[in-house]
Design a protein around this ligand. Structure first.
Ligand code: NAD
Length: 420
């Protein structure tokens, strides 16, 4: 199949490369020229396990390339919209990029005579495909849905850090199809993965994605709240989680209490659905609490530190800046509120990450960064572990320094866990 992908970020690039690796002919389109050039040179603009080899293999196969030229959409059969949908200040999803991408795709379709399917992969408020994307596409292309134009929603469930394997081995493929054309094409495209397909109406597919993220975020905030209670009662939450996990109604995953969730999805998607509920006059009590627990959790680390020493003037090593291990993504990383608070309280902050220093430096140019965690820790008065990179687990690297562990990675001589 000939595929175009709009947006070459974490989702678009992985989608494009994986679909090319499955034998399709793919063009990834982005508005950032430097990103496109980097990709075409065989260098990935993001850090992700296995992406460098995959990119080189796909470029060599000549089934994959990147461009800024949106008109190439007309040379393909199906277009995936994978642009960002960040939060607006009021918590709603900002779908400006979805609008502009839809308009550009619609215009490009004016140059094409055969059928075309447009698939929305970005995470959005339910009804966006039907009430925003489709009307824009129809107006810009001069086509009508079901008459040369198919539309679908195909939410993405990949996780940064394991994105390629997640894309290739999904638990399920969700297809929100608006018409036979899009349904048939997407079923054919995903058939080689041999995974269950859940086919639902457009808005249902959008809600499956949002509800899944909201549920997982709720599980994290719940576990963090219970973990805080456990710590106060002198109970190690890690042992509690071990005893809870075997119950199939609970499950062992996402039972790690810690400094809270970050990243480009959970915070904005919970905010988005909560904002929609408020707009409708509903009271999303649980969703509001999920966000509040998550805002407070990283600051517990600073409060715990303040109970042991006067933060003003001390050197604090922050280990981990990416929102999770295995990625360079710092969007909504829990290290951001922690570093902000430490600086406010007069600490000298030094920091380390295996992949995310470049991204974090753009937010905090004033702090000192180290390439090696041992050097970062060496002169520090205390250490805060914010990301579960395996490299932070060795107790020897901390000697008897005060370590506050927000991710449960180490058991050094003088450590305290956030929930244990
Ligand atoms: N990152 C994840 O782990 C993940 C997982 C599942 C779903 N999602 C969802 O997927 C969507 C994309 O997320 P992401 O993390 O890949 O975002 P991203 O910011 O990494 O990438 C978006 C890309 O789109 C490009 N872009 C913006 N407008 C464009 C336009 N008009 N034409 C062409 N390119 C354009 C940007 O330059 C950028 O490179 C979001 O809705 C997100 O919620 C993300």
């Amino acid at each position: 199949m000939r595929i175009s992908v709009i947006g070459s970020g974490y989702v678009g690039l992985i989608t494009g490369l994986c679909l090319a690796d499955l034998g399709n002919e793919v063009v990834c389109i982005d508005v950032i020229e430097s990103k496109v050039e980097t990709i075409n040179r065989g260098q990935s603009p993001i850090f992700e396990e296995g992406i460098d080899e995959l990119l080189i293999r796909c470029l060599a196969s000549e089934r994959f390339r990147a461009t800024i030229d949106i008109s190439t959409v007309a040379q393909t059969d199906i277009t995936f919209i994978c642009v960002g949908t960040p939060s607006n200040p009021d918590g709603t999803w900002n779908i400006d990029h979805v609008r502009s991408a839809s308009k550009a795709v619609g215009k490009a379709l004016g140059q094409k005579s055969s059928d075309h399917v447009v698939v929305l992969k970005s995470t959005v408020i339910p009804m966006t495909c039907e009430t925003v994307v489709l009307p824009i596409l129809e107006a810009a292309s001069g086509r009508r849905q079901g008459h040369g134009l198919g539309v679908a929603v195909n939410p993405e469930f990949l996780r940064e850090g394991t994105a390629i394997s997640d894309f290739m081995n999904p638990d399920r493929v969700v297809i929100g199809s608006g018409d036979h054309l899009s349904s048939a094409l997407l079923r054919e495209l995903y058939a080689p993965l041999g995974r269950p397909i859940v086919e639902v109406p457009l808005a249902t597919a959008e809600m499956i994605k949002v509800a899944s993220n909201a549920f997982l975020a709720t599980k994290i905030s719940f576990v963090n709240e219970v973990g805080n209670i456990c710590k106060d009662m002198g109970i190690d939450f890690r042992s509690v989680a071990e005893g809870m996990g075997p119950d199939p109604r609970i499950g062992p995953l996402f039972l790690n209490a810690g400094a809270g969730f970050g990243g480009s999805c959970f915070p904005k998607d919970v905010r988005g659905i909560a904002a929609e509920a408020h707009r409708r006059g509903l009271e999303p009590l649980i969703l509001d609490a999920v966000l509040e627990v998550n805002d407070r959790q990283p600051l517990r680390m600073v409060e715990m530190l303040a109970r042991s020493l006067d933060i003003n003037g001390v050197q604090v090593a922050v280990l981990g800046l990416a929102f999770k291990p295995g990625t360079d993504d710092v969007r909504e990383s829990r290290s951001i509120p922690v570093v902000t608070k430490l600086l406010e309280r007069g600490a000298k902050v030094v920091a380390h990450d295996y992949q995310a220093i470049e991204g974090f430096r753009k937010l905090f140019p004033e702090i000192t960064y180290y390439d090696c965690p041992e050097d970062c820790v060496a002169e520090a008065d205390a250490v805060l572990i914010m990301t579960a990179w395996p490299g932070y687990s060795r107790p020897e690297m901390y000697d008897d320094k005060l370590v506050i562990d927000g991710r449960g990675v180490t058991r050094s001589k003088n450590y305290e866990g956030i929930c244990w």
